[in-house]
Design a protein around this ligand. Sequence first.
Ligand SMILES: *[C@@H]1O[C@H](CO)[C@@H](O)[C@H](O)[C@H]1NC(C)=O
Ligand SMILES: *[C@@H]1O[C@H](CO)[C@@H](O)[C@H](O)[C@H]1NC(C)=O
Length: 631
Amino acid sequence: MRSTSRYLLGGVLLACLPSATNAFYLPGAAPHNYEQGDPVNVYVNALTPMLTGSDDSKLKSLINYDYYNPRFHFCPPEGGPQSQPESLGSILFGDRIFTSPYDIKMLEANGTCQTLCPAEIPGEDAKFINERIREDYALNWLVDGLPAAEMKRDMKSGDLFFDMGFNLGNDDADVPYLNNHYEIVLRYHEPSPGVYRVVGVLVWPVSRGGPQGDASTPTCDIDVPPLYLSETEVNNVRFTYRVTWNESDTPWATRWDNYLHIFDPRIHWFSLINSIVIVTFLCLMVAMILWRTVSRDISRYNAIDLSEDVQEDWGWKLVHGEVFRSPSYPMVLSVMAGNGAQLCAMCGVTLVFALLGFLSPSNRGSLATVMMVCWTLFGGIGGYYSSRIYASLGGVDRRKNAFLTASILPTLVFMVIFMLNFFLLVAGSSGAVPFSTMLLIVALWFGISAPLSTIGSYIGSRQGGVSHPVRVNQIPRQIPPAPKYLRPWASTLLAGILPFGAAFVELYFVMSSLFASRAYYAFGFLALTAGVVSLTTGTVTILFTYFNLCAEEYRWHWRAFLTGGGSAFWLFAYGLFYWMSRLSLDSFSSVALYLGYLFLICLFDFLVTGTIGFLASYWAVRRLYSAIRVD
Ligand SMILES: *[C@@H]1O[C@H](CO)[C@@H](O)[C@H](O)[C@H]1NC(C)=O
Ligand SMILES: *[C@@H]1O[C@H](CO)[C@@H](O)[C@H](O)[C@H]1NC(C)=O
């Protein structure tokens, strides 16, 4: 069931390709073969707050800390920790990977208790550590590309699964205990004799109190009281670990399956199919009704023109001389639509990549990297759409349009990220985007995206605006008062419900993976949802545009964009609800961070769905008015 859901569409698409999966491996996806005695490196990643697994648990913070943050006093390797090279997306998503002092060799020292190092933790730092334990922080290690996990049981299905990361400490009845001993179980698979592959990394962290001093004969007995760190004096702590090698039948190719546990896949399926069916049905119905009404309108308009001398117009035909009148602020509208088109293309291509299985979880951060690269390369699409829409809306200042299209959204996003970075730095977090990465992104934007956007604008303005089937009258018509549900805000909120409803199920999983570092690889679901959302957005926007025109309200351009983007407002409300129900953020930095990210997500959603709505309406209005005869 689990893999069916994940590969739902990916499988369909892959079936069309020759089964070339064995012929090549993507970087980071090739298996690493070990012989007995080969070193198996443990890498340490930033500490992240974790959901403790039970259904009512809440995430208490959003701030990551470097593993080697001096206040933790974790043992560094000899010669100091070395930073590991990472992809752009991995850095953006908060990975900070370093070497570690764990000395692990394939199939050696099975079950031997080993001392890592003694550490002295002063009271102040103990206080810091205790706070992090109370906030359910987790350690994140990587062994052979696999995250170290705790084995947990899904309460509903009873399945065992690997929950990535393991606890920094335990918080029993509000007394925090530090875990200073790690039971590491490495699962290996032997594809051919003498060749071993790591297929599972489990860590059971244990808090071991008692005397911490003598390290010559370490013991790893669990029968000692847990270790409490005093916040007033210096604590001596000894970090120990024990590695157990356990053979497993899991082949290398499916080693990620345990990690990508989907909680309650049946509910997931049911609600998704439910919403898809309802929404598709609604869309079809709306489209059919619209189609029939419109064709009846058209035949009546055209019949009257033929049979009667005195022509009496009604409905949307009345405003034929107005529909293509330039809206107010054509510049802003076209820049938004251009950027929206760029984001649409980015989302589409990223989803295709994900469905084809290119974004395997072993390529850390590949999703974000592909998104960044696509966004950069699709600068041309943004420029092209923006300039053509601008020309269609009767704009003349093309240079300004090209400049704003290439610059305004990146600048806005940068400003938000910059502010969030500031909060992260104040909180002493490692999550702040490093300066070098910032420079790289600016270089990508300035060096590739902006020039491409300018070229796109040039091509777009050479082609000029689209032709309109009817001419615009000299003098604008009076607009009668519109019914309440057609007021801009009412229609925005009304129309937003449907696409939001279609995405609602998936949204929960996406939010959990974004904020609670749960793995998200149900790209089949996501692609289906994205398809349904764009379909719904387009249909609903066309419907509202039709209503507006029937009510002789011809200023449809902005309304179409707003109505299309209506789901973003629901998304924001959902974000606030998620905050109330799933997060209990206690620091100001976490709150600022959450709201900042939520704002960015909603902004992108608004631009993408708004553009879909606007373009769909534009298409429909042109079709509509080219079907009637106007003298
Ligand atoms: C390591 O020890 C565990 C139990 O202590 C045992 O089950 C396992 O088979 C051992 N592994 C190897 C490779 O000897
Ligand atoms: C090793 O694997 C076996 C079978 O999968 C399991 O029963 C056993 O508990 C594992 N041992 C450890 C130490 O995890």
